[in-house]
Design a protein around this ligand. Structure first.
Ligand code: NAP
Length: 289
């Protein structure tokens, strides 16, 4: 069987150009505020990439880089100011935070209407309730990649390996809302290879290099690799053994160039939607709960 390569880079580029066109038609410019606390080198690269992507799409981005020893009160004050700023439609708090700052406290402080990462419990609850809200960027992007292969997912068996708030749980909810029969696997799951082999859609978000072997994959399955693992040779690898999956999977995302580019594109989309909602409410936020 020929395995179709799902070209996340290309699909993300197309989405970004559609977003740029929509931004151009708006009467106000969408604004994204990015908060980075400390000097985590990977976070600095991610933030830089997000800011560049905003510029290209015509979204105004403002970066707030705070020192690693920033007191909690200062971070709260910044978030409150950004919540109140009508030029800011999206707020992204880059994680992880330094140890003395509990991310849950600050995610709760972000106005849910500006929570472009979709991590606020209100947005997680909206997703679970099937209500419109901010959907986390990576699972949103992963679903778009799955639907680029097959639009109707109704009745398919989906296995999501991983249950994080950032990815695994919202991915499971999104697939459930597409009428898949979803199994959410995690570190305590028994017989994971057998379980995975039943999946028409197999999504791996663990963070363990090439953990999913070819023999775990059902012939013809759509395989989405979310993992990003840097090997000792400096190369990036996913959670799926990509070479072994060839000829078994029906379609697969590469690492890099699969899910990663979709995350940024969906961040831009969430910012655009937040701005549109703001404009639709006559420049007033829909209101905090
Ligand atoms: P996480 O919070 O560390 O969650 C990992 C999940 O994997 C947990 O639910 C854990 O189970 C499960 N797990 C660990 N070992 C396992 C095993 N042996 N068998 C089955 N499940 C196991 O990670 P995350 O934030 O979801 O990210 C996962 C991966 O995706 C990472 O490599 C990350 O870098 C990548 N990622 C990529 C993007 C992107 O834009 N491409 C975005 C986000 C994340 P327990 O809950 O039982 O501990």
């Amino acid at each position: 069987m020929d395995t179709h390569l799902i070209d996340g880079k290309n699909i993300a580029a197309q989405l970004r150009s559609e977003i740029a066109a929509e931004v151009g038609r708006l009467s106000i410019k969408p604004g994204l505020a990015v908060i980075l606390v400390g000097e985590n080198p990977a976070s600095q690269v991610y933030v830089g990439n997000k800011i560049k992507a905003c510029e290209k799409a015509g979204i105004q981005s403002v970066s707030h880089h705070l020192p690693a020893d920033t007191p909690a009160a200062d971070l709260y004050a910044l978030i409150r100011a950004l919540n109140a700023d009508p030029a800011v439609h999206g707020i992204l708090l880059q994680l992880p935070l330094p140890e003395h700052l509990d991310p849950n406290d600050f995610i709760l402080a972000i106005d849910p209407e500006k929570d472009v990462d979709g991590l606020h419990p209100l947005n997680a609850g909206r997703l679970m309730a099937g209500l419109p809200g901010m959907v986390p960027c990576t699972p949103q992007g992963a679903l778009r990649l799955i639907k680029s292969v097959r639009n109707d997912l109704s009745g398919l068996d989906a296995v999501v390996i991983g249950r994080s708030l950032l990815f695994g749980k919202p991915m499971g909810q999104l697939l459930l809302s597409e009428n898949c029969t979803v199994t959410q696997a995690h570190s305590r799951t028994r017989k994971l290879p057998d379980l995975s082999r039943r999946a028409d859609i197999l999504v791996a978000a663990v963070g363990r290099s090439e953990m999913v072997e070819g023999s775990w994959i059902k012939p013809g399955a759509i395989v989405i690799d979310v993992g990003i693992n840097r090997g000792e040779d400096g190369k990036l690898r996913g959670d799926i053994d990509f070479a072994q999956a060839q000829g078994i999977a029906g379609a697969i995302t590469p690492v890099p160039g699969g899910v990663g580019p979709m995350t940024i594109a969906c961040l831009l989309l969430n910012t655009l939607r937040a701005c549109q909602k703001f404009a639709d409410h006559g420049g007033q936020n829909a209101g905090r709960p």
